[in-house]
Design a protein around this ligand. Structure first.
Ligand SMILES: Nc1nc2c(ncn2[C@@H]2O[C@H](COP(=O)(O)OP(=O)(O)OP(=O)(O)O)[C@@H](O)[C@H]2O)c(=O)[nH]1
Length: 455
């Protein structure tokens, strides 16, 4: 697990004599909001200031930090040295001391120099948005591959900061007119250490990815459709994942359960079996180095037969969150016009009657057949209706056929069991077998060729 407070995570921003003083889990959250000209990483026009504050607090809370205070800072012009102005830096410094905070989360992109200067000024560790998101992803990664991908992204992030800081130090050294000054060997050693870890993780990742690919291929041979959960962080995907797959792991689930905790087999009301896939939560302004890691964990979504877009409908910022999720899906090449995406409006138990009425009105504006489902993963409300709808969609896509397989054609019978869902199997007097099955459109031709002997 990665840890922003872990001492062996190299930081160019540590200096003798100004180590963080306060409690490492007490955090002051700073939300810079650009009011003037647009600048680096501070404002997100689609979000209100309140929503940004809420999100920043949520991010900090996601890794169990104790938020002592949240400060919004209006920025006309970002300052190169500290991002925010001198007066505010001092004011926040006062809060850091008063709360005995060991950490300040600045919800923006900080340059290494800004980070270092702020750490010096506040005598606390400073983490920016990318740093915190990397930390959250690191803690939530549930597969070995996911954990390694995030660690790799984290190391690349550190390395890039080291490089930039190096340039900065070089310039400084030039100014003082001496070579090989303090810091050089330390930074070189840090770089080497990071590079060694990157190489080691890349090797490990290659191995894990190869194993995963093999598993994926063996899973593909099993004809179960895939239902993928996607959604903004904290929307309730994992709660829903558990609610929909309770009842333990069936014996035949082991193939999935042991391989990957984000995949579980489930049974729909009429008995259709499917694989439910949980995914990592989406976050707005995802750091670029995480996009690749993200992509790898989203392969199931790309291949899914049905995508459930889980939304926290009780959240004030639910529309902007939905827009972020839609943008990420589009980035993954998922076209809502050709894919089955069902919106799941979760946490309805938190809505008061008036808010529920408003949400129902909003839902009614969706086309029939694309109406969102109101559910509570917590209380179970609405889940049976959702499952029935998912099953309908899957069944609509999978044709139901009754075929007769010749007694001599054991190969085709085997193929059918591997590639289709067998509903009924009857031995005929002739020795042939009559099979009623459901099959995906892309497999139908193959079956036809086998049955007509043209395979
Ligand atoms: N009241 C209520 N709370 C819910 C419901 N579903 C989830 N929660 C809570 O919302 C929080 C987030 O739920 P998770 O299931 O972890 O959300 P997630 O989407 O998997 O989050 P990430 O892992 O960040 O992507 C937890 O505290 C849940 O207990 C619901 O239907 N009602």
């Amino acid at each position: 697990m990665l840890d922003i407070r872990r001492p062996d995570i190299v930081s160019t921003t540590q200096h003798d004599g100004d180590e963080p003083r306060g409690e490492p889990t007490r955090v002051v959250v700073v939300v810079p909001v650009l009011t003037g000209r647009r600048g680096e990483g501070a404002d997100t026009p689609s979000r209100t200031v309140e929503a940004r504050r809420d999100e920043a607090v949520g991010l900090a809370a996601a890794i169990d930090l104790e938020v002592m205070e949240t400060v919004t800072v209006s920025l006309n012009m970002p300052r190169p040295a500290t991002l925010i102005g001198k007066g505010k830096v001092e004011e926040i410094g006062g809060l850091v001391t008063a709360h005995d905070a060991g950490l300040v989360f600045v919800d923006a992109a900080l340059s290494p120099v800004q980070q270092r200067n702020l750490e010096k000024a506040w005598k606390a560790k400073v983490v920016d948005r990318t740093g915190l998101i990397l930390e959250i992803f690191g803690r939530r990664a549930r597969t070995k591959e996911g954990a390694l991908q995030v660690e790799l992204a984290h190391l690349s992030y550190q390395k890039s900061r080291l490089v930039r800081s190096w340039t900065h130090l070089e310039r400084q050294r030039g100014g003082f007119g001496f070579l090989g000054g303090p810091g050089e060997t330390q930074i070189e050693a840090d770089r080497r250490m990071i590079q060694e870890r990157i190489t080691r993780i890349e090797r490990e990742l290659e191995q894990v990815t190869r194993t995963r690919r093999l598993h994926r291929e063996s899973r593909r041979r099993v004809p179960y459709p895939i239902i993928a959960l996607v959604g903004y962080t904290n929307a309730g995907k994992s709660t829903l994942f558990n609610a929909l797959t309770t009842g333990g792991v069936l014996a035949q689930d082991l193939l999935f359960a042991t391989l990957d905790p984000t995949l579980r087999q489930m049974r729909l009301p009429h008995g259709t079996k499917a694989i439910l896939s949980d995914t990592v939560g989406f976050i707005s302004d995802l750091p670029t180095m995480l996009v690749a890691a993200f992509r790898a964990t989203l392969e199931e979504v790309i291949e899914a037969d049905v995508i459930l877009h889980v939304r926290d409908v009780s959240h004030g910022d639910t529309e902007a969150q939905a827009a972020d999720v839609a943008a990420i899906l589009a980035d993954l090449g998922i076209d809502p016009a050709t894919r089955t995406i069902i919106e799941v409006w979760n946490k309805v138990d938190l809505l008061d009657p008036e808010a529920r009425e408003q949400a129902l009105n909003r839902a009614a504006r969706h086309e029939e057949g694309e109406r969102p489902f109101f559910v509570s993963a917590m209380t179970g409300e609405g889940l049976p209706g959702l499952l029935a709808a998912v099953e309908d969609k899957l069944r609509a896509a999978h044709e139901r056929l009754t075929v007769t397989v010749a007694a001599v054609d054991g190969g085709t019978l085997h193929w059918i069991h591997e590639n289709a869902e067998v509903e009924e199997r009857k031995a005929l007097a002739s020795g042939d077998t009559q099979v009623t099955l459901r099959i995906a459109p892309e497999k139908r031709d193959q079956l036809e060729r086998r049955l007509t002997g043209t395979a």
